[in-house]
Unconditional design. Structure first.
Length: 186
């Protein structure tokens, strides 16, 4: 639909939206493609920080998926990273159409300081958050269970947060994430 660098470029704030957010290089584009069953809807890249604007994908009716820029490490100037952070915060705190946030965390390195900050922003905005622990296929079953348990333990006090193992490679959690998005958009 559109790629917006500033809030004045966002589509009208009506209908319903589900946004995707996560650290740079966490597999956000791969997750969007797996969930939507489209191979190249969101562009994937090996270099972090490729999504440099808020990208709005139009769905039937006044519904949208929204790809927010990755936070954290990216080979971009600090000024641009700070712009992304303030834009993401403004989007989360002011967007009336936003029904829920799909937050991606690398299951091998979950709950970084930036992840915690994002979770607290969502909690203070009373925004439902669905955490996808990505790249779960790279962990053993015991590591996956342990990771999910520790993330659940830390997110329970934050309110409406659900944690789901996810792999765009083997399909783990794709159906569940899709169902959550459909529920939010209805």
């Amino acid at each position: 639909m559109t790629a917006a660098h500033t809030p004045d470029q966002w589509p009208p704030d009506r209908g319903s939206e589900v946004a995707f957010v996560g650290r740079s290089n966490v597999g956000k584009s791969s997750a969007i493609n797996a969930i939507t069953q489209r191979k190249a809807l969101a562009r994937t890249s090996r270099s972090p920080g490729r999504t440099q604007q808020i990208v709005f994908f139009q769905l039937p009716g006044e519904r949208r998926l929204v790809d927010l820029p990755g936070y954290g490490y990216a080979k971009v100037p600090a000024k641009l990273r700070n712009h992304w952070a303030s834009t993401i915060e403004k989007y989360i705190n002011t967007r009336a159409a936003l029904r829920g946030l799909i937050m991606l965390m690398d299951s091998r390195h979950p709950l970084t300081e930036l992840d915690r900050k994002m979770l607290h922003w969502c909690s203070s905005a009373e925004l439902s958050t669905y955490v996808l622990l990505t790249k779960i296929d790279k962990l053993s079953r015991n590591q996956m269970i342990s990771t999910q348990r520790s993330v659940n333990k830390e997110t329970v006090p934050l309110g409406d947060v659900t944690v789901q193992p996810f792999s765009a490679v083997d399909g783990t959690g794709v159906k569940e994430a899709r169902c959550q998005i459909v529920t939010w958009l209805e």
